[in-house]
Design a protein around this ligand. Structure first.
Ligand SMILES: Cc1cc2nc3c(=O)[nH]c(=O)nc-3n(C[C@H](O)[C@H](O)[C@H](O)COP(=O)(O)OP(=O)(O)OC[C@H]3O[C@@H](n4cnc5c(N)ncnc54)[C@H](O)[C@@H]3O)c2cc1C
Length: 288
């Protein structure tokens, strides 16, 4: 089944994201965590892609295993900047063989040593290549506050339009902590003619360290209200975890109250965080 069917559903739905292990010996424990998340009956689970190296293999293995064991819909991420066209084709053949039909097509971050393969410069090239390959539902990433490398939001959204025109069926946003930024982004996207579903991505922040790391990587704005929470509870792990989950749950409730139907949650490999979010939404999200 293609994800666009569940993203366009009339009733509110939630999906979760996980990441594959770096070493094969940890595949089992990540799969266990993923299966616990699948038991919460999300509309799908997305699996990130470690650029290059063995990590990329684990995304495919984990995606297949999770799908086979639980029947949950899966969305496999695929990055291209450290790949060649040959490697991408190989991955697409693998997903086709595995019966995986949903791919989030990404450029990927430029590695710290600056080395990139020359086949791809931007994600739009990967999007159109996957579309040409065949029967895949393809998503792309988007950035309500602008991508960190792009100095002007107007340029970024223009590039996003190019990516959508290359064949994106839907978009998923980078995390944000202020829903007004997302609502404003929806208007700007509509203004340039982007008409595919835009799925908001919400990250439950459960430690002060996680916030620092996420903000450094993404440049996401931290509103005063959330900063006060982290300042107050940051030294108390259990309190910070609870407050971060409640904050993310409130963001989700506000999004649903404002007409958004599908929300993606970056709970990563933490089934207990995903479970608490579902518990907080138990009368709002119908998983039957
Ligand atoms: C939902 C989501 C999931 C992610 N999953 C992963 C993952 O699994 N693995 C991983 O390694 N990373 C992942 N990332 C991070 C992502 O790879 C980085 O943010 C990366 O820096 C940009 O990827 P992109 O696909 O958005 O790139 P692009 O769409 O190519 O954009 C990158 C930059 O190039 C500019 N640009 C785009 N097209 C053009 C063009 N035609 N001409 C000139 N400039 C252009 C854009 O404005 C932007 O500044 C994810 C991000 C998000 C939001």
């Amino acid at each position: 089944m293609k994800l666009t069917d569940s993203i366009k559903s009339d009733k509110p739905t939630i999906s979760f994201e996980i990441f594959p292990p770096k070493q094969s010996e940890n595949l089992g424990s990540v799969l266990d965590a993923a299966e616990e998340i699948a038991a919460l009956k999300p509309s799908y689970i997305s699996i990130t892609y470690g650029a290059g190296g063995a990590g990329s293999r684990f995304t495919a293995d984990l995606t297949r295993q999770l799908h086979e064991d639980t029947g949950v819909q899966v969305l496999a991420h695929l990055t291209c900047v450290t790949s060649t066209r040959g490697k991408v084709k190989e991955m697409l053949e693998t997903y086709k063989d595995y019966g995986i039909r949903n791919i989030l097509a990404l450029r990927g971050d430029i590695p710290e040593d600056g080395h990139v393969e020359n086949d791809y410069r931007h994600a739009d090239e990967l999007v159109s290549e996957i579309k040409d390959f065949g029967d895949f539902c393809v998503g792309g990433a988007c950035y309500p506050e602008g991508h960190i490398e792009c100095a002007h939001k107007a340029d970024d959204i223009y590039h996003l339009k190019t990516k959508v025109d290359a064949g994106c069926d839907f978009l998923t946003t980078q995390m944000f902590f202020d829903n007004n930024i997302f609502y404003n982004f929806l208007y700007r996207a509509k203004d340039v003619g982007i008409d595919v579903p835009i799925v908001p991505g919400i990250m439950p922040i459960t430690t002060a360290k996680q916030l620092g790391r996420s903000v450094a990587m993404s440049g996401t704005n931290v509103p005063e209200r959330f900063r006060a929470i982290v300042d107050h509870f940051g030294e108390d792990p259990e309190a910070m975890k609870q407050a971060g989950i409640v904050y993310a749950s409130e963001q989700i409730i506000d999004l649903i109250a404002n007409g958004i139907r599908h929300i993606h949650v970056y709970s990563m490999n933490k089934p207990e965080v995903a479970a608490e979010i579902m518990q907080n939404l138990s009368h709002i999200i119908d998983t039957e």
